[in-house]
Ligand binder design. Structure first.
Ligand code: THU
Length: 160
């Protein structure tokens, strides 16, 4: 019997201004996308923006539904759009921002488990890492160099 310890390393930035210029702009796209979220049930708005290697930015936001599970998270709206519209074009970075309409979230809010699994699929598909930056509505930002740092023991196609 043996214990296995899994560690991960993230970078934390104090605010948007501390990010590299190109990432600041990507996060601004995510903030704009957040404003267009359709979130009448949770009042929790999430915006995502993907940087593609060809320079295009793909936005996404959460889309809710009266039948709750029929809605979709911002991250998957964005990544599925990229997969549909720009297959074969690599995603290099992803910026995420999330906040409630009722109070401004100031701690970084990471993607949910289902979104992590979906992002993992795209890293596998393109065979390269996606940098992930996530923020609340404002304040500190966390960065992981790859989805793999957010989801240990990933289930992937190698098991099929
Ligand atoms: N949501 C996202 O868009 N991304 C996440 O990673 C977590 C949750 C959305 C889904 C739902 O519309 C609202 O936030 C509350 O869960």
């Amino acid at each position: 019997m043996q214990e296995i310890k899994i560690t991960t390393t993230l970078t934390c930035y104090d605010n948007i201004e501390e990010l590299p210029q190109d990432v600041q702009e990507l996060m601004q796209h995510a903030v704009e996308a957040r404003k267009n979220a359709y979130a009448p049930y949770s009042n929790f708005r999430v915006g995502a923006a993907l940087q593609l290697e060809n320079g295009i930015v793909v936005p996404g936001n959460n889309q809710e539904n009266a039948a709750y599970p029929s809605g979709l998270c911002a991250e998957r709206v964005a990544i599925f759009h990229a997969g549909a519209q720009y297959p074969g074009v690599k995603i290099t970075q992803m910026a995420i921002t999330a906040t409630s309409d009722n109070h401004i979230n100031k701690t970084p809010i990471p993607p949910c488990g289902s979104c992590r699994q979906s992002i993992a699929e795209y890293e596998m598909r393109q065979d390269s890492d996606i940098e992930i930056y996530f923020m609340g509505g404002e304040g500190k930002i966390m960065k992981s160099n790859s989805l793999k740092d957010l989801l240990p023991l990933i289930f992937d196609k190698s098991y099929l």
